[in-house]
Every structure is written in structure tokens, then in C-alpha cells.
Design a protein around this ligand. Structure first.
Ligand SMILES: *Cc1c(COP(=O)(O)O)cnc(C)c1O
Length: 475
């Protein structure tokens, strides 16, 4: 399997997986995408039913990762998807809320959000590839809470990798702050910036724009557009499908609370591989850029100032970074069409596919969408607690709300649970008037000593800190 860019780079020389693993954007600003999706036959999909999570992950990921020997890949996967890390042998257990409505629980990793499923594997892949290539990587990132902690828990203690994570000083939830700042691994550097999240992100952009500094200190990123993350997420859509389909071939719907379009893109890829998924129900919060696209055909990213701070904060996005991969498929994988759409985006702030031949492909792709608001979230958390005895987090509630609006008694609906309620105590208290349960591993979180380095929002100060703590091995 080789990879091309959604905007045409590498067309003459598609790249192997390990070459795109450590890169951010392609040189033309596009995203890495497989040359073709691996197609599985009905019999192959049937034969994979009943596999353990690890064997299923290997069966799927070995189609995307063909430049790591099978035995090594299997060992990396087996070291990742364990009951010790994810809480059960099922890794992503399924709970039935009521007949035809299910919850796929992909949030039982170390930071209690679905991002762990992909990032825990990414940490092991990074270490393996860096070891093989004899080089180091210094990961620089900015976080408002979730992604940063998931990346830190994935990379803590890994050889050849340091993490420099900028977070807004005093602006994360107490749980998120404790989760990150209590890590004591010597390769994890938490930098609390005296500013807001946008200041952190601007510093990361400024450092990354300095090509000489970036090369000298081997700066890399772990962002949501990393292809390996999407590939790792494909696995649990197969798992969820097998859990609810009576017979392989029966249709199943999935509902996914969405922000950067990474999670639901994995469902789209599973479908493209041949998994008999019928509808993909995309749920947004008040930041409804994606709902607007699927309803009207118009994709119009918002300005940062137009982005609402909501009670499902991990979905507060103004543009959906993985969306370009979906559009690449919709336009028949024609990179020059993607290029011209993104040029138009830059010039006019949006594009409209409704009047184009591509709109019928959007409709055929099975996506439908809806928006959920704060009051929907609260009502849905209450309903799930009272009717089904299950406490869900605010993001999952957005998904369940939109799923129930679109459910159809003939086809099972699987809602993807993207975080555990423990992370969002204030909203749970508002809905249920009590605190969410804290998983045992976090019982003493509040008591653990915390450490971070506080810096002013100045690029040069951050660069100096990196230079003093980065590792660069050249062999
Ligand atoms: C990241 C995240 C999302 C959004 O997922 P995307 O892949 O960006 O669409 C939803 N819920 C939670 C809890 C998240 O952490």
C-alpha cells in the first residue's frame, strides 16, 4: 500500500506508510491518502467475525501498513490493545441501550476518550520507526485539554521521542490539568503558557514555520490529520458491526459526534473497504459547519471568533481538518479538483457542491447529519440515565440525540461513545445533580503532585526551552 496527497504531490512516487507516519501535511498542503482503499470480499469480512480485537486490528491494519514486517506489526498491536490499558479484553465493548440502539464504548483508554485507541498505537509505531531509522523526534503541540493529554499518555516513556505540549495556564478543567501535569516521565514537558489556547496554537505555528529551527531540533507533530490515527479507528467500526449485525451483510447505522471529522472518516473508510454500513449519522454541537455541509452542500469554515465555546468542547471546531480526505473521495480522487476547491476556500471562504455532479456522490455516501445544543445534551444525558441507566458524556449525548432523530426500527443504530462522563463533571452535575463516577485508576488524581513550566506567550522563550530540553540523535 502506498500513499498519495489529496492535492497531487507524490502522484508519480507514492509514499510508503512509514514515510507518511511522521509527517504532517504533504508538501503541497494536502493530506496523505491511500492510493486505493483495500477492498474486502463478503467472505473475508465474514471470516473476520469472532476475531479478538488484536487479531481484527492486524487483519485490517496490515492492509494499510505493508512496510513493517507482519510479525513486528502484530507485536506492536498486541502491546497496544491490552486489557491492562483499555480495561477489558473486548477493548471496545458494546452496551445495548434498548433494542436497536447501542453504545460502542471506545473511551476506556488511559485518558478516557476515544483518541487513545489511535494514539496508543501511534506511540508504539513512532518508537518502532524512529528506532529503525536511528533518529529522534521532538513532538510539539498545543492543547486545550483532550488531544494533548492523549498524546502525552501515548508517548510517555517512549524512546527517541520528547513531547513539548503547550496549554493555556489555568484554563483547563481541573481534571484535564491534573491528568497532564501529574505525568512525571522525563520525556514529557508540559509548558503552561500565560495566555489562551489560540496563543498556544500561534506559538506552535510560528515555531513550525521556522524551517531551520524545525530541522535542527527535529520538530514533529501528532495532529488529527495523521493517517495512522484514521486507520487505527477503522478497526472499531468492524468490531461494532460484528457486535450488532445478526448476519454479515445486514445493514448497520453508526452515529458519531464529530469535530475534525477524523472519527467518522474512519467509518467512511470501513464502508469503502466493504463493511455493510448503511448510514453514517454525523452529529455536531452548536459549531455546525459539518451539519450545514451535509444539509446544504455548502462548506463554509468559520472564523475563530465565530466558534462557540460549548459544553461539548472537543467538538468546538471552526474547520474540519480531515474533511479534505472525504472530499477527495467525493470528487473521484481527482487531486486537481480538490486543489481548486481549496483555492476557492482560500479566496471566497467556502464552496458549494449542491449544483455540481459531486453532490450525488455525497448523497450516495450515506451521510446524514444533525445539530445538538446544550439543552439537547442535558436532556439526552438525563434520558439515558433515567431510561437506560447509563451515564454518558456531553459529546456522546450529541451523538445519541441526533441518532434518535434519525433512527429507523429496521436497522440497528450504533452510537460511538467518544469520552467518559468523568471528564466533564460540571455538565453531568447540571443534568443529573450528582458527580459522574471516577474510574478507579483516577481515584487519587487530585492528590498527585503536578509539575509544569510556566512561560509567557513568547515564541523565543518557547524555542529556548525546546533547545535546552530536546534530544537529537544522528546516526
Ligand atoms: C476529538 C473528540 C471528538 C471529535 O472527533 P473528531 O475525530 O475530531 O471528529 C468528539 N468527542 C470527543 C470527546 C473528542 O475528544
Amino acid at each position: 500500500m502506498r500513499y498519495v496527497s489529496t492535492r497531487g504531490a507524490w502522484a508519480g512516487s507514492p509514499q510508503p506508510f512509514c514515510a507518511i507516519l511522521l509527517e504532517g501535511l504533504a508538501p503541497d498542503g494536502g493530506l496523505a491518502a491511500p492510493e486505493v482503499y483495500p477492498r474486502l470480499t463478503h467472505d473475508e469480512i465474514k471470516a473476520m467475525r469472532g476475531l479478538s480485537y488484536g487479531r481484527l486490528a492486524h487483519a485490517i491494519l496490515s492492509r494499510f501498513i505493508t512496510d513493517i514486517p507482519a510479525a513486528d506489526l502484530a507485536a506492536l498491536i498486541d502491546g497496544t490493545y491490552t486489557a491492562a490499558i483499555f480495561g477489558s479484553d473486548a477493548i471496545t465493548p458494546l452496551t445495548t441501550l434498548k433494542p436497536g440502539l447501542h453504545l460502542l464504548r471506545v473511551s476506556n483508554g488511559p485518558t478516557l476518550a476515544f483518541k487513545d485507541i489511535a494514539l496508543q498505537l501511534l506511540g508504539n509505531l513512532f518508537e518502532y520507526v524512529l528506532e529503525r531509522e536511528g533518529r529522534d523526534l521532538n513532538v510539539l503541540g498545543a492543547t486545550s485539554g483532550d488531544t494533548g493529554s492523549s498524546a502525552e499518555y501515548a508517548l510517555r516513556g517512549k524512546r527517541h521521542v520528547n513531547v513539548f505540549m503547550l496549554s493555556p495556564h489555568g484554563r483547563m478543567s481541573p481534571f484535564q490539568q491534573a491528568q497532564m501535569y501529574s505525568l512525571t516521565d522525563s520525556n514529557i514537558h508540559n509548558i503552561a503558557i500565560e495566555g489562551v489556547f489560540d496563543d498556544c496554537q500561534d506559538i506552535v505555528k510560528a515555531v513550525s514555520a521556522d524551517a531551520a529551527f524545525k530541522a535542527r531540533w527535529r520538530i514533529g507533530t501528532v495532529n488529527s490529520i495523521n493517517w495512522a490515527r484514521v486507520a487505527a479507528q477503522v478497526v472499531y467500526y468492524f468490531k461494532g458491526y460484528y457486535d450488532v449485525a445478526e448476519m454479515v451483510g445486514d445493514p448497520v447505522d453508526f452515529a458519531v459526534p464529530s469535530g475534525n471529522f477524523g472519527n467518522i472518516l474512519a467509518a467512511h473508510v470501513a464502508k469503502a473497504m466493504g463493511l455493510p454500513v448503511r448510514r453514517l449519522v454525523l452529529a455536531t454541537n452548536e459549531n455546525d459547519v459539518l451539519d450545514e455541509f451535509f444539509r446544504t452542500g455548502c462548506y463554509r469554515p468559520r472564523a475563530a471568533a465565530e466558534t462557540h465555546a460549548t459544553s461539548s468542547p472537543s467538538m468546538d471546531i471552526s474547520k474540519a481538518s480531515n474533511f479534505e480526505r472525504y472530499i477527495f473521495d467525493v470528487v473521484g480522487r481527482n487531486a486537481s479538483v480538490v486543489r481548486s476547491l481549496w483555492d476557492q476556500l482560500g479566496r471566497e471562504g467556502g464552496f458549494d457542491l449542491r449544483a455540481t455532479p459531486y453532490w450525488s456522490r455525497v448523497v450516495e455516501s450515506g451521510f446524514i447529519s444533525g445539530t445538538s445544543t446544550h439543552s439537547d445534551r442535558i436532556a439526552t444525558i438525563r434520558q439515558c440515565a433515567h431510561e437506560f441507566g447509563v451515564v454518558i458524556d456531553p459529546h456522546t449525548a450529541d451523538g445519541v440525540k441526533v441518532a434518535m432523530d434519525h433512527s429507523d426500527s429496521n436497522v440497528p443504530m450504533v452510537c460511538v461513545e467518544t469520552a467518559l462522563p468523568a471528564k466533564f463533571a460540571a455538565t453531568i452535575r447540571e443534568a443529573l445533580h450528582h458527580d459522574p463516577a471516577l474510574p478507579p485508576a483516577y481515584a487519587d488524581l487530585g492528590q498527585r503532585p503536578q509539575r509544569c513550566t510556566v512561560l509567557p506567550p513568547e515564541v523565543e522563550r518557547v524555542k529556548a526551552f525546546i533547545a535546552a530540553h530536546a534530544s537529537v540523535e544522528t546516526t
